[in-house]
Ligand binder design. Structure first.
Ligand SMILES: Cc1cc2nc3c(=O)[nH]c(=O)nc-3n(C[C@H](O)[C@H](O)[C@H](O)COP(=O)(O)O)c2cc1C
Length: 414
């Protein structure tokens, strides 16, 4: 019987363990977690979501405070269109986060950065250009383009000296999205080095509508693989979403996948950025405690625990400090929803906003508990302690379980 370790991902002439830990913003996939994946011979992701905020927490910089100071005059204003990011600060924060991580890298594996197009930051093109280029400057091994079609992303970096050397891939959830990306990027004369095919059981935002349950990962992967073959294109495919055991992973590898991308199992790793009390919520969750809803202002459905403090909360928008989701016109669906509730309840000290959430504030504070579909199985991956809580795992334990387990089994901690 085969296991994941019988396979290797070949990328740029390098042989890797075919396990990728997916990016989890905001700093849920920490540098520590990504570095463990690299040390063990696979690929780990850091995320560039809200990177100035992450840099403040990690390196005691003051990017958020400085931005708030500059825009404080606007806090009570319902119009957020004047809130801009300082591109120099954004570049510095990215260089710090990426540079320090790469300095600490050990082992044969790689560290990539997950870069979400939906973080439009009131200047989509300019801010994305800075984030991508600064990550390349700081020596990132690879960039995974996420949460968006990225039709213009190659053009933003095609003159960068590392454009043809760094590994660059994209996450898609349909053949059509991949076809659009390839058509638009053809001008750069460079194919993506890998394609992550993310199905409807993943955590975070979904590349599907609310009818996500009608789709399944294996069929999408097969459709994309057949099309690539017919076109004579050879691009490694990396399925993601709901791959919970080593055997689930092996099944994809046996059918020609180059590697698999996983995340949910690592949300209960000690190296993961979630606070421990939140990790216990993930471990306790039952199947009925998880939902896919439409409260993200990005417009994409998102999967989360139903008891996330963010759901229904009506906090005042914090765009002067954050503002990562302001679109090119300086608008955010949460700001609109909040203003609507305030107009309806002018006397209220606090309002509730049911249909949208302040994603920046709540992701920053670990109050929106996004998770994969199989989060309710996490309790089967560890032991219950005498006080009723669950034992957290090391990233190494989870990684090796994916790498070596067979027969649908999950190894419990020693
Ligand atoms: C807590 C959490 C946060 C996530 N955040 C992001 C993100 O910021 N960007 C992204 O592209 N994918 C994100 N994802 C998706 C993962 O990178 C990954 O592709 C997917 O969850 C894999 O499926 P699995 O969780 O069932 O293993 C997130 C997943 C989880 C569980």
């Amino acid at each position: 019987m085969t296991c994941v370790d019988d396979f290797r991902l070949i990328l740029g002439g390098r042989e890797l363990v075919p396990i990728v830990i997916g990016g989890m913003g905001v700093d849920i996939s920490t540098a520590e977690l990504a570095l463990e994946a690299a040390r063990l011979g696979g690929i780990g992701h850091i995320s560039d979501a809200m990177v100035p905020t992450v840099s403040d927490r990690r390196f005691k910089t003051s990017f958020v405070k400085d931005k708030l100071k500059l825009h404080k005059y606007n806090v009570a204003n319902s119009d957020k269109s004047s809130i801009r990011f300082d591109l120099g600060h954004l570049e510095e924060a990215t260089r710090l986060h990426v540079g320090r991580t790469m300095d600490e890298k050990r082992g044969e594996g790689l560290v990539f950065i997950n870069c979400m197009e939906k973080l439009t930051m009131n200047a989509p093109k300019e801010t994305l250009r800075v984030r991508l280029r600064a990550a390349l400057d700081a020596g990132i091994d690879g960039i995974t383009l996420a949460a968006g079609l990225h039709l213009g992303s190659f053009a933003l970096i095609e003159d960068h000296p590392r454009f043809r050397h760094a590994h660059i891939g994209i996450i898609v959830s349909s053949l059509r999205a991949l076809q659009l990306f390839l058509r638009k990027s053809a001008r750069s004369n460079r194919l993506p080095d890998y394609v992550v095919v993310e199905g409807p059981l993943a955590g975070g935002h979904l590349g599907f509508g609310m009818d996500w349950a009608k789709y399944d990962l294996a069929s999408i992967v097969t459709e994309i693989a057949s099309w690539l073959k017919a076109e004579g294109l050879s691009i490694p495919l990396i399925p993601a979403g709901g791959i919970f055991t080593g055997s689930d992973a092996t099944a994809f590898l046996e059918h020609g996948a180059a590697a698999i991308q996983v995340a949910t199992r690592f949300t209960v790793a000690r190296e993961c950025g979630l606070p421990e009390d939140v990790q216990q919520e993930y471990l306790k969750a039952g199947e009925d405690d998880i939902e896919v809803n439409g409260i993200s202002p990005t417009g994409y459905p998102m999967r989360m625990l139903k008891n996330s403090p963010a759901i229904g909360d009506g906090i005042r928008p914090n765009c002067e400090a954050f503002g990562y989701l302001l679109d090119s016109n300086g608008r955010c669906d949460y700001v609109d929803a909040y203003n609507r509730e305030i107009a309806k309840n002018p006397e209220a000290r606090k309002v509730s906003v049911a249909d949208k959430t302040c994603l920046c504030t709540h992701m920053r504070n670990f109050e929106l508990w996004t998770c994969g579909h199989y989060t309710y199985r996490l309790k089967d991956t560890t032991r219950r302690l005498a006080d009723g809580s669950y034992e957290l795992l090391s990233a190494e334990h989870i990684f090796r379980d994916y790498q070596f387990s067979k027969d649908g089994k999950i190894a419990l901690p020693e």
